[in-house]
Ligand binder design. Sequence first.
Ligand code: NAD
Ligand code: KPL
Length: 321
Amino acid sequence: MSGREENQQLPGTGLIAILGAGSLGRLWAGYLSAGKVAFVPRHGSADVSGADSLSYRLQRFDGSAASVSIPWLTSSSEQPSVLLVTTKAGDTLGALESRLPELPCDTPIVLFQNGMGSQQAVAERWPRRPILAASTTEGANRPQQGQTVHAGRGETRVGALTDRARPFVKPVVQALAASGLKVHAEPDIRQRLWDKLIVNAGINAFTAILNCRNGDILNSRFYLERIDDLCAEIAAVLEAEGGRPLTPAMIRERIETVAQSTANNTSSMLSDRQKGRTTEIDFINGYVARRGQAHGIEVPVNQMLTERVQQLSADPEAGRP
Ligand code: NAD
Ligand code: KPL
């Protein structure tokens, strides 16, 4: 093991800062609140609106509920030991552009976004900073103002994206595990992100287009007529990207296992659509399509799903089958 890969202590005195005070950010803050946690306000401080802290009820997975109050980071706060970034994929680069100049260069940054593309953009923009990615199957939502629900219990895998991040993987995992949530070090985080991307690429867009729950796609002609071609495109792109090869049949099995086990879920993409929010399609099927085009692989199904979801966002009736 080279000196660079040896574990390195987190800088500072243990404060965990969270950029993105949405569902996932509030989930982590709530479970970590026994230690030192603070939310980083949006640049220009629109989030803070005069208050010192953000208060909400967290309904834990075991059914218990707690009132949580998390302070906003201010210029007089101590320097954070780690920054968790829980913005949506499309907001992440911009959020960090406005906030990173204030953060010391040795503070590890952990990216929690779904899909792929946003993490690479951050790692390429700041290659000398310790940038990590987390792939999580925890589920959180906010059914009403002031309430955050831990709706699905899962696991979180954390791995290094830049060389400087390698020595921080274990200390970051330890810091996050203080939450009581399941957290593991991941030696190949890129593969983990692909594993989740494959499942999201086979479920999310279909649910958004068909306006249905995850399990319902499996009985839909629109899904059944396209899924094998979609899986063949994903398999070809994955192989060209140097990922662990999977056959189209293995990919379909993974997608359908998750669609069945989450049959009653409203996917994050359908939920974004229903709330009129920007979806993460550009980082899911849009990412597969872009990588396919870069390798000269034909990706008509990924392209079509991306365009339909983009059209739906612009005009709710336009992309329906
Ligand atoms: P969300 O929309 O609830 O939260 C995002 C938060 O980021 C919002 O509060 C928003 O105001 C804030 N934000 C946007 N731009 C910002 C900026 N410039 N500066 C500071 N804050 C900014 O989304 P979420 O559900 O918490 O998801 C966040 C990410 O985590 C997504 O990529 C999602 O796919 C991923 N994820 C979420 C879950 C989940 O269960 N919610 C699970 C796994 C992965
Ligand atoms: O991750 C998901 C999402 O909704 O984004 C799945 C696995 C599809 C569960 O709903």
